[in-house]
Design a protein around this ligand. Structure first.
Ligand SMILES: Cc1ncc(COP(=O)(O)O)c(C=O)c1O
Length: 431
């Protein structure tokens, strides 16, 4: 049977861009790839994590280890079985002080975002707006699209534009609509690699009170800070339960674990917490997050005194070295080239490279086939248009020599584009 594309959820059409990227990645397996935001595999320790699950089982039950492990093979509590350990980790590593009950453990933070949006936004409620920092990670904007949520982009190329947030809140009021929430990645954002300054964090919290919206804070990279004092998360500054916080163990442990969480400590009329309401949605999606996977995370937390800051030191060092190497190579290749600029991220996995040519699917295909280097067109991450001459470069998953070779290849692409442009400019003159 062949189904008409029009009969499917129309949102799927808008989710094609990443498929193109996946296709290119498969077609050019030998290309050096600055494309995926993947953690560095040699720093995983799947084997050690399988031992950790035993620590968790032994800690949770006085029964023989085999029986305690078998209990993890059963269906589990919808909100999760490691909420207490996650709460302790948040206290130690993020200075976020919340109750165990306000936490829901999810299948990656992807599910946390999906469940939060499904809980906050009813279907067919086009009067309820989601503000989205633009550009943004596609996981949450894609989820909003699938759920049919009306999104308004907030300019964020140089950091979230707070004036624009206020303007859009006023517009919603004037038009009888309601901004329910704003999605933002304040620390080492994906895709830009920028950090929200402290005064902006405070001002955003004030705006959320003034215009009565929630903030969905996605903190996938905050622990990967390379220098100086980390800034407090929005949730750590939140005194009025304005912030729903999304966290993940994908980068801290490894992504295959598929464990993330949300903190949703907002009270609902009648006495429950938003986390309890989210659990109702979760019970209709994934039922519960794999207790075995939670047991692994729980074991890693227990083995590290519920603080992962020291446990991830080697990872942070690797990502910092890669960031430094990428910046050095970019300086050496492009410091004197007109129209080439980049930012210097203070942490995380990504930076933005601006180039003097159109960065689109054709340029990516050319870069992959001729130069053997991959990256992501920044325009993929924009809802409201932008980033037409920018690439997202991820430095997380590579070894340093590949970073050097990759930048050399980018320089080759740039030289060819410059020659092509010079020829286009010269052509009318020579006629
Ligand atoms: C900003 C951001 N949020 C969330 C996620 C998803 O994480 P998870 O693997 O926990 O679903 C990612 C993954 O790359 C990300 O970059």
């Amino acid at each position: 049977m062949t189904l008409a594309r029009q009969s499917l959820n129309p949102a799927l059409v808008g989710l094609d861009a990443m498929n193109f990227l996946n296709e290119i990645t498969m077609r050019f397996p030998d290309a050096i790839s600055f494309a995926p935001g993947r953690p560095f595999e040699p720093l995983f320790s799947a084997e050690a994590s399988l031992v950790a699950v035993r620590s968790f089982a032994a800690h949770r039950s006085s029964r023989p280890l085999g029986v305690a492990l078998d209990a993890l093979a059963q269906y589990g509590r919808t909100k999760g079985i490691i909420c207490d350990l996650v709460a302790e980790m948040l206290r130690r590593d993020e200075q976020i002080d919340v109750s165990d009950e306000s936490i829901i453990v999810t299948v990656g933070s992807q599910e946390a975002g999906f469940v939060a949006l499904s809980t906050l936004y009813g279907r067919h409620r086009s009067d309820q707006i989601l503000l989205v920092a633009d550009p943004s990670y596609v996981g949450v904007s894609g989820a909003a699209r699938v759920l049919g949520i009306e999104m308004w982009p907030v300019r964020s190329a140089g950091g979230l534009d707070l004036g624009e947030v206020e303007r859009l809140c006023r517009k919603a009021l004037r038009e009888g609509q309601c901004v329910r929430a704003l999605y933002v990645i304040p620390d080492f954002s994906n895709p830009l690699g920028v950090t929200m300054p402290l005064p902006d964090r405070t001002a955003l919290l004030e705006l959320s009170l003034q215009y009565d919206f929630l903030i969905i804070e996605d903190n996938a990279y905050g622990m990967f800070a390379f220098e100086g004092q980390r800034l407090p998360t929005l949730k750590a500054l939140d005194r009025s339960q304005r912030v729903i916080y999304l966290g993940t163990f994908s980068k801290l442990i490894y992504p295959g674990i598929r464990v993330g969480f949300a903190v949703a400590d907002q009270s609902i009329d009648g006495g429950s917490l938003l986390a309890d309401e989210m659990a109702k949605v979760k019970s209709m999606t994934t039922v519960n997050t794999s207790p075995i996977a939670q047991g692994i995370v729980g074991g890693v937390l227990l083995d590290n005194g519920c603080s992962l800051a020291a446990a991830i030191r080697a990872k942070v060092q690797h990502y910092r070295r890669n960031r430094d190497r990428l910046l050095q190579e970019l300086r050496e290749s492009f410091a004197t080239v007109d129209g080439v600029k980049w930012n210097e991220p203070k942490g995380g996995f990504f930076l933005t490279l601006e180039v003097p040519f159109s960065v689109d699917d054709d340029a990516l295909l050319e870069s992959a086939s001729t130069d053997g280097v991959l990256w992501v067109p920044m325009r993929y991450f924009y809802l409201g248009g932008g980033g037409e001459s920018q690439m997202r470069l991820s430095f997380s998953g590579l070894e340093e020599p590949d970073i050097a070779r990759g930048v050399e290849r980018l320089a080759g692409l740039l030289r060819r584009k410059q020659v092509a442009r010079a020829q286009r400019v010269a052509a009318p003159l020579s006629r």
